[in-house]
Write a protein that binds this ligand. Structure first.
Ligand SMILES: *[C@@H]1O[C@H](CO)[C@@H](O)[C@H](O)[C@H]1NC(C)=O
Ligand SMILES: *[C@@H]1O[C@H](CO)[C@@H](O)[C@H](O)[C@H]1NC(C)=O
Ligand SMILES: *[C@@H]1O[C@H](CO)[C@@H](O)[C@H](O)[C@H]1NC(C)=O
Ligand SMILES: *[C@@H]1O[C@H](CO)[C@@H](O)[C@H](O)[C@H]1NC(C)=O
Length: 732
């Protein structure tokens, strides 16, 4: 746009002559940053041509047109007295009048190439634009143009310093077409861009199909009911019905699911009975009807055998096929059994499983609690007095163990707490006309519904908030109960500047909305985004800011611990950053939600004793915090990036391996981290102590080189490996 304007202006100026813009008479225009254009008819053609290829200056004399970004030696600052053209100048190089083209910004970066495309990332390479000065940095942008995902497909953007010419970009959606473009930034504005269209690879479907419901069986045939599944990672191309002979106890191998005859030949006790089109999924299906479905034979069943039935979701795209299977629905002489589901090929090791179960456990309970509580409150509000006995069952007394497993620090005195009363007294009720949910701004999906941003209108001010919409109608009693516990947890948390606070709840006829504070960015993205080469620094975050963030997190954590709440998943992804750079500890309680299909894998932040099966204690959070502190200092680098498999982490920690001291932090700061990674939890500092220690460091951080983001020779960013920090697992 800007360019166009300039071109137009200069085009017109040119009609009256560009003489008034004369910069002067120059010689020795640097040849390696200039181009000489042949066959140029007239000066207006020259100016347009040079402008069109993003040059700043042009010279035109007797049909010789040259474009350049650098001026040579100035002869005079008025019109040349004599001219000398390139091939006529004896020893001297060209002497001509030089004029501005009107273009001020750099041309497109050269040699754009994109490699190593996966389902969620790719590596982008580029070179600096042709002959140009003063490039501040580069922007890589990924605009999704075609996707299967129902998540909002936002434009992604990354900024890099002027010495970066390649980077891995991640968080892309699967099976999605992107327009990836790169442009430079200069003081005068954005340079021209160059782009390439790519399509990401297909990932496994993000939702497991529901397990088939067995309606009836006569021994030879089994009537089953199937349900459709959505997939954000690619198309839903077909469904497969898998029959498993459950008595054989053979492990179900996802990669060798064959047709009936092939399976028999290979001695496998499971086979594909049929492949059906997505549009036929909601019809009843008969397993064992002896018909052919595509290439598959739906063989008669044997009345003497017990069977499990699985539903597979097939996603086919660009020559790739991905299949995920439901849990099994078993038919066992009329008794349903659940067993063969095997996911060993997902590489789960004890470590990962721990990580996951922590994640899922916490998630579940946290998300839910709040809401359920409210639901119960909602349904009981009418008959409070008469139902007091029922409320008793919702006190902490009974389900204490469950609660403890889910994050409470064990309390010495089991004082029964009446949730109902708590809720009533402590949760603010927001009227639904105060609250406006932005249906198009989906932040992610939580266990019980969608999480959108919204605005809260209060006392003539509008505040952006996070809204969790929960449709409570379908929930069973147990779920509601655990939700009650979760809301209780949130209430217990109380308010603190450094945690993501609960604001209140709002209800409509069909749903309950839990309203929390809003913060637009998580710390991980903030840190990665701070990677930049500017003014001799390799981060645009200052050392002081880094300490401030770390201290804020300690304050938030100290507050949680004082409220007897363990976090269990502390890492940069669990911390949000408000617009004024205040860190807010989140990802506990209702603040859990994820975009796309990736959930964080906390293995690399988990304390050693937790791997050993010990209970998570407050000092285990301290361990995680030190890993998070390292992550802050490493500007979002992946902890133990040199250890590629998460399964190896517990072993390595056991051997005494700890995160390394980075070259740009001093011994004193590193010692604090080491203290937090002591084997004996009691020897680790408490969060209150950490607040004091880090505050003290912050005070000194300008005088002593406690932490320095000054660039040094051979400096390299700590590598960031998204796959090591995320599990591709459908959570919700
Ligand atoms: C250009 O000319 C003006 C007036 O003749 C003079 O004051 C100025 O110093 C000159 N500039 C250069 C760069 O020669
Ligand atoms: C890209 O992929 C190739 C081949 O798979 C591999 O050798 C190379 O290390 C990868 N490069 C990066 C930067 O990941
Ligand atoms: C990169 O940025 C630095 C600092 O702003 C600057 O000195 C240098 O000239 C820039 N390099 C290029 C190629 O523009
Ligand atoms: C891709 O993006 C660039 C830069 O935003 C734009 O100029 C170009 O027209 C886009 N290409 C397509 C095919 O959408």
């Amino acid at each position: 746009m800007k360019m166009l304007l300039f071109m137009v202006i200069f085009y017109f100026c040119n009609v009256n002559g560009f003489e008034s813009d004369l910069i002067g008479c120059f010689k020795n225009m640097p040849k390696n940053s200039s181009v000489y254009l042949a066959n140029i008819q007239g000066d207006d053609h020259c100016i347009k041509s040079c402008n069109g290829i993003y040059y700043r200056y042009f010279s035109f004399y007797k049909g010789h047109c040259a474009c350049s970004n650098f001026l040579g030696e100035q002869v005079t600052n008025s019109t040349c007295d004599s001219y000398c053209l390139d091939n006529q100048c004896d020893g001297l190089t060209q002497i001509t009048n030089v004029y501005p083209t009107g273009n001020l910004v750099p041309g497109p970066p050269r040699n754009l190439s994109i490699a190593n495309i996966t389902s969620s990332s790719c590596r982008v390479y580029w070179r600096e634009p042709e002959s140009y000065i003063n490039i501040i940095g580069y922007v890589v942008r990924a605009v999704p143009t075609q996707t299967f995902s129902t998540y909002p497909s936002n434009t992604l953007e990354w900024t890099f310093g002027n010495s970066t010419f390649q980077n891995e970009i991640s968080t892309l959606l699967s099976a999605t077409r992107y327009n990836i473009s790169v442009h430079s930034i200069s003081n005068e504005g954005n340079g021209a861009s160059v782009y390439q269209i790519i399509t990401t690879k297909l990932a496994d479907p993000d939702t497991l199909p529901q397990q088939p419901v067995i309606l009836s069986s006569d021994g030879y045939k089994m009537k089953i009911k199937l349900a459709s599944t959505t997939n954000n990672n690619g198309p839903v191309s077909a469904y497969r019905i898998i029959v498993v002979k459950s008595d054989d106890n053979q492990a179900f191998q996802k990669d060798s699911v064959l047709s009936y005859t092939e399976a028999q030949r290979n001695g496998l006790s499971y086979y594909v009975a049929a492949e059906i089109k997505p549009e036929d999924i909601n019809k009843e299906f008969t397993v064992g009807d002896g018909k052919r479905y595509g290439p598959f034979y739906n063989a008669r069943l044997d009345p003497k055998t017990n069977y499990n039935i699985l539903l597979g979701l097939v996603s086919y795209y660009n020559g790739e096929t991905k299949i995920v299977y439901s849990q099994a629905s078993g038919y066992h002489n009329g008794i349903s059994i659940l067993n063969v589901y095997d996911d060993s090929d997902q590489g789960d090791s004890p470590g990962v499983i721990i990580g996951l179960s922590i994640a899922i456990g916490l998630l579940t309970f946290m998300f839910i609690t709040g809401i359920v509580g409210f639901l119960i409150l909602k349904s009981r509000i009418v008959n409070r007095r008469q139902r007091l006995s029922e409320n008793q069952e919702l006190t902490l007394q009974g389900p204490m163990i469950e609660v403890e497993n889910n994050g409470y620090i064990h309390e010495e005195d089991h004082i029964p707490v009446n949730h109902y009363r708590n809720l009533k007294q402590k949760v603010r009720t927001l009227s639904s006309n105060q609250l406006k949910i932005e249906p198009t701004n989906l932040l992610g999906v939580g266990k019980f519904g969608k999480v959108n941003s919204g605005t809260l209108h209060e006392n003539d001010t509008l505040t952006t908030v996070t809204c969790y919409s929960i449709y409570d109608k379908k929930m069973n009693q147990d779920t509601k109960k655990s939700m009650l516990q979760e809301l209780d947890l949130l209430i217990k948390t109380g308010k603190n500047e450094n945690i993501l606070n609960l604001i209140g709840t709002s209800e409509t006829r069909e749903m309950v909305v839990v309203v929390m504070e809003y913060a637009s960015m998580n710390l991980k993205d903030f840190l990665l985004g701070s990677r930049d080469h500017l003014n001799g620094k390799f981060s645009n975050m200052t050392e002081y800011q880094a300490f401030e963030i770390a201290i804020g997190i300690c304050r938030g954590m100290a507050h949680l611990h004082n409220a007897n709440i363990l976090h269990k998943q502390l890492c940069a992804r669990s911390v949000l950053i408000s617009n004024d750079f205040v860190p807010k500890v989140a990802n506990y309680g209702l603040a859990q939600y994820f975009s796309h299909n990736k959930i964080p894998d906390y293995t690399r932040w988990t304390a050693l004793e937790v791997f050993k099966g010990h209970q998570h204690i407050p000092k285990s959070d301290t361990w995680s915090f030190a890993c998070l502190l390292w992550e802050i200092i490493a500007l979002g680098g992946t902890p133990y990036g040199n250890i590629s498999s998460n399964n190896e982490i517990p072993d390595q920690l056991n051997k005494g391996i700890r995160l390394p001291q980075l070259r740009y932090i001093n011994d004193e700061l590193y010692q604090i981290m080491l203290d937090c990674w002591q084997l004996v939890p009691d020897e680790r500092p408490k969060f209150e102590d950490l607040v004091d220690i880090l505050n003290n460091f912050k005070g000194q951080c300008t005088s002593i080189q406690m932490l320095s983001f000054n660039i040094y020779s051979n400096f390299q960013y700590e590598q960031f490996y998204p796959d090591m920090e995320l599990s591709v697992r459908p959570v919700f």
